[in-house]
Ligand binder design. Structure first.
Ligand SMILES: Cc1cc2nc3c(=O)[nH]c(=O)nc-3n(C[C@H](O)[C@H](O)[C@H](O)COP(=O)(O)OP(=O)(O)OC[C@H]3O[C@@H](n4cnc5c(N)ncnc54)[C@H](O)[C@@H]3O)c2cc1C
Ligand code: FES
Length: 343
């Protein structure tokens, strides 16, 4: 058992309890979403004490050096004095310059950051609705090609942020966004390596970004992108991807539509997992990117590993949803944190 000091209060933590859970139990409105160490909305700073290594996994070295850590994965072994982050240090403003519906449920949002914004296509950023409610969205744009940030937002029934972005946010509005993070991006250096990009729903956003980046950087090996959807309506940017495949002989686009009303050479009903295994024959040397539904990612990772893929070559971004949409509600927030299998 240990304790934290926050806001001059000493807060006792139960055995194995995270800093986030302890603070929520004391009704502090601490930003959080996935509670599994993925989205980074729960960033806090330690000003005294020892931060467990696991609480800084995925953070940039500059943030680590300044004592930043993820409150949802921090179980301190010794007393820790913590403060909330200086929001303006990590966040910046961006103007909405374009909103386009790509399908019934997917909105393309283009943003112009007020300052130079460093990122790699395929990484994700947090969009803040308020000072404490933020959600992660992946970058489909490529810094060297686009003078805007592009996000694809799927409307989630009753979802706080996705519905706000769909219905309330308008062109010209200024949003707060956080620095880009994540390790799902193209790594130059092996231009002939085969690449598999597989994703469901708006998992397409980072995959398109990575494919465009790879092509820009002269990748010559085959790049296979498989987009999984439940219904035909869920496929989006279909024609643009067919065109991309026509323009680049090394780029191959596949679909997996579980409830397709018709099958054509471009529309397949073969499940995404099966197609991935069929496409990535001898996957040992392939570089693999998986984005979207958590269960799909965990299942596919296992299958590809059994088929011979190296875990070191698999990069994934599970789109973990928020655990609790009302973090100050003591009745609804659990004391446990979801864990996502990491590559
Ligand atoms: C690394 C990362 C990258 C992401 N990239 C994208 C992206 O590019 N595009 C995108 O649209 N989303 C993306 N997401 C998901 C996004 O961050 C939000 O979780 C999503 O938009 C829902 O937020 P919300 O506020 O609308 O819903 P909330 O108010 O958070 O949730 C409402 C309810 O729906 C549940 N829920 C949340 N998400 C889902 C889901 N996917 N399916 C079913 N139930 C759900 C919640 O648990 C809650 O019960 C990403 C998530 C992560 C962690
Ligand atoms: S990383 Fe902590 S809530 Fe998502």
């Amino acid at each position: 058992m240990s304790h934290i000091i926050f806001d001059d209060q000493r807060i006792e933590l139960d055995e194995g309890q995270t800093v986030l859970s302890g603070l929520l139990d004391h009704h502090y409105d601490i930003p959080n979403s996935c509670r599994s160490g993925v989205c980074q909305t729960c960033l806090m700073q330690a000003v005294d004490g020892e931060i467990p290594e696991i609480a800084q996994v995925g953070l940039k070295d500059t943030l680590k050096a300044q004592g930043y850590f993820l409150a949802c994965s921090c179980v301190p072994q010794t007393p820790l004095r913590v403060v909330t982050t200086q929001a303006d240090v990590l966040r910046c403003s961006a103007t909405v310059i374009n909103q386009t519906l790509l399908s019934k449920n997917v909105l393309r949002l283009r943003l112009k950051p007020e300052h130079t914004y460093e990122y790699r296509a395929g990484q994700y950023l947090t969009v803040w609705k308020t000072a404490t409610i933020g959600r992660s969205y992946s970058l489909a744009s490529v810094a060297e090609l686009d003078d805007f940030l592009e996000l694809h937002i799927r409307r989630i029934p009753n979802g706080i942020v996705s519905n706000w972005l769909h219905d309330t946010v308008k062109t010209g509005d200024i949003l707060q966004i956080q620095a880009a993070t994540g390790n799902c991006f193209y790594i130059p250096g092996s231009p002939e390596q085969k690449i598999l990009l597989a994703g469901t729903g708006t998992g397409l956003a980072p995959l398109i970004g990575i494919a465009r980046d790879a092509l820009l950087q002269g990748h010559t090996g085959d790049i296979h992108l498989i987009h999984g959807a439940t219904q035909m309506d869920d496929l989006y940017l279909h024609q643009a991807l067919l065109d991309m495949a026509m323009q680049h002989h090394q780029f191959h686009y596949h679909t997996s539509v579980l409830q397709a009303d018709h099958v054509t050479p471009q529309i397949s009903t073969v499940p995404l997992e099966q197609q991935s295994i069929d496409v990535a024959v001898n996957p040992a040397d392939w570089r693999i990117y998986l984005c979207g539904d958590v269960n799909m990612i965990n299942g596919l990772k296992r299958k590809l590993f059994i088929a011979g893929a190296s875990m070191n070559n698999i990069y994934s971004d599970p789109f973990v949803g928020s655990v609790d949409t009302n973090p100050t509600n003591p009745d609804t927030h659990p004391n446990i944190d979801i864990k996502v299998e990491q590559a």
